[in-house]
Design a protein around this ligand. Sequence first.
Ligand SMILES: [Zn+2]
Length: 289
Amino acid sequence: MQITPSIHAIRHSFRIPIAPGVALDRFVYSFLIYGDTITLIDAGVAGCENDIFTYIRSTCRDPSEIALIVLTHAHPDHIGSAQAIQQATRCSIAAHHAERAWIEDIDLQNRERPVPGFAALVGGPVQVDHELVDGDIIETDEVLGGEMLVFHTPGHSKGSISLFLQSSRSLFSGDAIPVAGDLPVYDDAATSVQSVKMLRGIADIRFLLSSWDHPRRGNAVYYQMDMALEYLRKIQMTVLALSDEGVTDPVELAKKTASALGLPSEAVNPLLTRTLVSNLQTRGLKNLF
Ligand SMILES: [Zn+2]
């Protein structure tokens, strides 16, 4: 799907096996930025290289033109096909320094943050060639005539980044902005809120290109961010109210919160538990929202 003359979005569907015979249907977007070369933002799950290469060829460009993959973070559905693409194109890889260890050592990531079906979702590790930090500028080529700003937007993960392409005022937000009504996934509730508020403060964003939501444009950009903040507030209030009622067991907390949020029962998994436990740590924080 073409978003602007230079930006293309590719939607990848995949399944996470959560129990024998039960799988969670998910999707993730990756994005291509066309200039003299091609920059890829995120790489989907293992096997997505086929979708990406096919798409590029359908636009009369060639996969060998991919010069850079920017990974918004290390999770399986963002790095899954990076190794296959890197091997096919010899492109370089950029990511925040706090994500480096999990991108380069996927066994470490799987031990520290197990996701069901991890091995099937990630094709292999890759070396990070360029470490990014907040405030960095990724120079895009002359065809694009602009710079891409790097924002550190932690919360979903320690080194999550968002990217802002100035020429078309397009924000690539990775998984930093929760989608209201969907499975919430973050490591740190407070920084997640702060990151969404920070992104909400960027003026005149014309395109919001999230990895786990459909592309948004115009007024829908800020509306989605407002909905995300409202959702985070609702989760926060629900978790703290349950804790006040004496619900301390993490799995029980996840079950009751999922029910209150209207999430399906299969959403109660270790990722949700990990997420909601982080809300407990925000008790007493003033002016979070
Ligand atoms: Zn993620």
